[in-house]
Design a protein around this ligand. Structure first.
Ligand code: PMP
Ligand code: GLN
Length: 382
């Protein structure tokens, strides 16, 4: 028998719920992905680059044209000046970028603080580096960071902190004041940050994203991660990037070159072309997704679920305590999928230890209007 390096890990909840949805023919609002295509120009550009023969290895660090476009976007969005050659690395998905950043920094015995609930790749990536995760729960009501709990979790072995805003699965936002707090609390310490900002452009109600890229104290010790999959509605392209100061980028690349070496070439060309031609795409995203969130929330007003509209991401949490108070969220998600034809993610799957009594499921609203209407109709009958 092989002795597992990840004995407590099974198949991810995203795979499990998507499979169940397919099996029973439910509307799949579980795993986060759009049910519509990315911009036509982007798709055309990808096809053109494949046909033009851009099908061999890309540079290990990423296509220069794409790194330049990313730097230009960062300058526009955050007034931050990053060097495309020494600070930006294109990775095959944000997940790979996160994994490489963790492997680059975390040594056996190091502690990494992660906030629960969270995206499920952080913990196993830390474990594979020989590190130990210290889980700090977000506030159960508004999913803000409790800085006292964070302070209590710090130890001489703390090596890294992973933050995520806009936050999967709750949609919560980290504010500039939160970033200032974090900076103050780790000021004299040898601690690195992963700032998972894959939903940086999915933020609503006129709020501006507080990026670590624009934080003078935090950026020098940070790996800031984003995903073209989210921003351009092409999650299956698995293309993302990591921005970090030159010394950190050099260490990240040492790992990245042996995990994947490089990202997919024609997709990088297509993204570079599209970003150059349509810099306005990212500015239009908040309104695009806010309309979906508002439609979904309006339709759900007729349901027995309780909720607060998500401030960011394309996920909406629903509280089902008034419907099935005695069901845990895994049972609830399966029952809804099988009996009511709508699949969701049970939030407890993204905690190390579930919040007692919490009755929350996560639904993805990155869907066409007809999908949202059909799903909401079913949800209103529960
Ligand atoms: N971080 C978070 C918070 C996510 O929700 C996702 C989505 N899968 C990722 C990282 C990974 O993005 P990618 O698909 O580009 O690997
Ligand atoms: N980030 C996506 C979600 O939260 C899932 C990605 C995956 O399936 N690994 O739904």
């Amino acid at each position: 028998m092989i002795s597992s390096k990840l004995p407590n890990v099974g198949t991810t909840i995203f795979t499990t719920m998507s499979q169940l949805a397919a099996e029973v023919g439910a509307i799949n609002l579980s795993q986060g992905f759009p049910d519509f295509n990315g911009p036509q120009g982007l798709l055309d550009a990808a096809a053109q680059h494949v046909l033009a023969g851009h099908n061999q290895y890309a540079p290990m660090t990423g296509l220069p044209a794409l790194r330049q476009q990313v730097a230009a976007k960062i300058a526009r969005a955050y007034a931050a000046d990053v060097n495309p050659d020494s600070e930006i690395t294109i990775t095959p998905g944000a997940t790979e970028g996160i994994f490489c950043a963790i492997q680059a920094v975390v040594r056996p015995g190091d502690e990494v603080i992660i906030f629960d609930p969270c995206y499920d790749s952080y913990g196993p990536s830390v474990q594979l580096a020989g590190g130990h995760c210290v889980h700090v729960k977000l506030d159960p009501l508004d999913f803000s960071i409790d800085w006292q709990r964070f302070t209590d979790a710090l130890s001489p072995r703390t090596r890294m902190v992973v933050i995520n805003s806009p936050h999967n699965p709750t949609g919560a936002l980290i504010t500039r004041a939160d970033l200032d707090q974090l900076a103050a609390l780790i000021a004299d310490r040898d601690i690195y940050i992963i700032s998972d900002e894959v939903y940086e452009h999915l933020i609503y109600d006129g709020v501006q994203h507080a990026s670590v890229l624009a934080h003078e104290q935090l950026y020098p010790r940070a790996f800031v991660v984003s995903s073209f999959g989210k921003t351009y509605h092409v999650t299956g392209w698995k293309t993302g990037y990591v921005v970090a100061p030159p010394a950190l980028t050099a260490e990240l690349r040492k790992v990245h070159q042996y995990v994947n070496f490089c990202g997919v070439t024609p997709l990088q060309w297509a993204l570079a072309d599209h970003m150059a031609a349509h810099p306005e795409h990212v500015e239009q995203l908040p309104a695009f997704y806010q309309a979906k969130r508002d439609l979904f929330c309006d339709l759900l007003k007729g349901s027995r679920f309780a909720f607060t509209p998500a401030p960011g991401t394309y996920f909406q949490l629903l509280d089902y305590a008034a419907i099935q108070p005695d069901m845990n969220d895994i049972e609830m998600a399966q029952w809804m999928t099988r009996e009511h034809g709508v699949a969701a993610i049970p939030v407890s799957a993204l905690y190390q230890t579930a919040e007692p009594g919490q009755r929350l499921i996560r639904l993805c609203f990155a869907k066409r209007e007809e999908t949202l209407r059909e799903a909401a109709h079913k949800l209103c009958q529960i």
